[in-house]
Design a protein around this ligand. Structure first.
Ligand code: PLP
Length: 405
């Protein structure tokens, strides 16, 4: 018996993939030219799988702020904020996030993953209950399991199922904390947040919404789904990430709850890890400023997302339930997903393969993420490649003609 025997089935599947030369888990970009283009070797690749929703990774002001911070504060903090001190940028970013969301408190974590792990593992104690939407991200499930609360899953986007589960827990002591996402990362669908907010109110629960994919995307000012649905006062904790619309890395949680700051000395994933480097903090601050001052980015993103979603739909692809910057085409099986992905990459288009357990209902998905930085011509080029590969592989009908969007 070896320690690694338990990985044998996974290793066999992975090795089979390696031998086909179409391993999506092993892509290296040799150069990145812009938010939408990169090079693999000498080949120019159109990027359609990067979560760079607003295209801010190459924004000149974001880069300038980041470089300036590196020059003034160095490349890293080399320690945690609790043990080694905060930099002015950490405090400024937290004030900026609190102000953006109109909340009293904000806490920054070193990744979005850690924000969920740090908040959920700490917030809900031994006698409390976490109620998670079944399609929540791995960081939400992992963070919930890491704490001592009772964890219950309810059916995806089903407020009635949540209400039934809360009813069953009504006589059980402890607080009830509901966790949802704004835009779900695999199928790009949004939560019916108004109905969920009603259930939350009825049962006196707390509500956490992870706006990782909806920050900068939804809402009048880009605060996410809760803003778009006008239920922000029902959301007790907003969690989010800097790694998508804000083009950096890191995560956060904002809240109006008075005692919130005690989490700084209670949450191990906040306390026992190095804080974000100054260059990242400064770049994220500038990106947040751009979310606030350039609504046109959001509008362009939505236009591009609709163009791509309805374009694929016209071609005959089966997609997630609604247009959003996450556009996933359903593939009949993982092998087809890998082959489709590989042929697109051969043709110069980078997308993502998403498989169980990351996907809901055991689906095999070819997932794309659209950016405000894509031109309509790039979107149309991607659609043409999807059409060619889809027809050649019999994933879509041969003769369907795409109407103009
Ligand atoms: C809903 C959700 N929450 C959290 C995360 C983790 O964020 P990060 O990758 O910035 O750590 C992700 C990542 O994809 C996500 O989709």
């Amino acid at each position: 018996m070896s320690l690694f025997d338990k990985f044998a089935p996974l290793a066999a599947a992975y090795n089979r993939l390696e031998s086909t030369k179409s391993n999506p888990f092993n892509v290296t970009f040799d150069r990145v030219l812009s938010p939408t283009e990169a090079k693999i070797g000498n080949r120019l690749i159109l990027l359609l799988g990067t979560n760079n929703y607003l295209g801010l990774t190459y924004d000149s002001a974001v880069i300038a702020k980041s470089v300036e911070a590196i020059e003034n504060f160095g490349t890293g903090t080399t320690g945690s904020r609790i043990a080694n001190g905060s930099y002015d940028g950490h405090n400024q970013l937290e004030r900026g996030l609190a102000d953006f969301y109109g909340r009293k408190h904000a806490m920054v974590f070193s990744t979005g993953y850690q924000a969920n792990v740090g908040i959920l593992s700490t917030l809900a104690g031994k006698n409390d209950h976490l109620l998670l939407d079944a399609d929540c991200h791995a960081s939400i499930f992992f963070g919930s399991r890491l704490g001592h609360a009772q964890v219950t899953r309810f059916r995806h986007n089903d407020p009635n199922d949540l209400a039934n589960r809360l009813r069953r827990l009504a006589d059980t002591p402890g607080d009830k904390v509901i966790v949802l996402e704004g835009i779900y990362s695999m199928l790009g669908d949004t939560a019916p947040l108004r109905e969920f907010a009603e259930v939350k109110r009825e049962w006196g629960a707390y509500l956490v919404v992870d706006e990782a994919h909806s920050l900068g995307v939804l809402g009048e000012t880009g605060r996410g789904l809760a803003e778009a649905e006008d239920v922000e006062t029902d959301v007790d904790f907003v969690v989010g990430t800097f790694s998508k619309s804000l083009g950096g890395v890191g995560g956060f949680c904002v809240s109006d709850i008075d005692d919130f700051n005690i989490l700084r000395v209670a949450s191990r994933p906040y306390m026992f890890t190095a804080s974000l480097p100054p260059g990242v903090i400064a770049g994220v601050m500038e990106a947040l400023h751009q979310v606030r001052t350039r609504p046109a980015l959001r509008h362009r993103l939505i236009d591009n997302a609709r163009r791509f979603y309805f374009g694929l739909s016209e071609l005959g692809f089966s997609l997630g339930p609604e247009p959003s910057p996450v556009v996933s085409a359903l593939m009949p099986d993982p092998e087809t997903a890998f082959a489709f992905w590989s042929q697109l990459l051969e043709a110069g288009l980078y997308t993502n393969v998403s498989l169980p357990p990351a996907t809901p209902k055991g689906l095999a998905l070819l997932r794309s993420s659209v950016s405000a930085a894509h031109t309509p011509a790039q979107i149309d080029y991607a659609l043409a490649l999807f059409a060619d590969v889809g027809r050649a592989m019999n994933v879509i009908p041969l003769a369907r003609v795409r109407k103009a969007v």
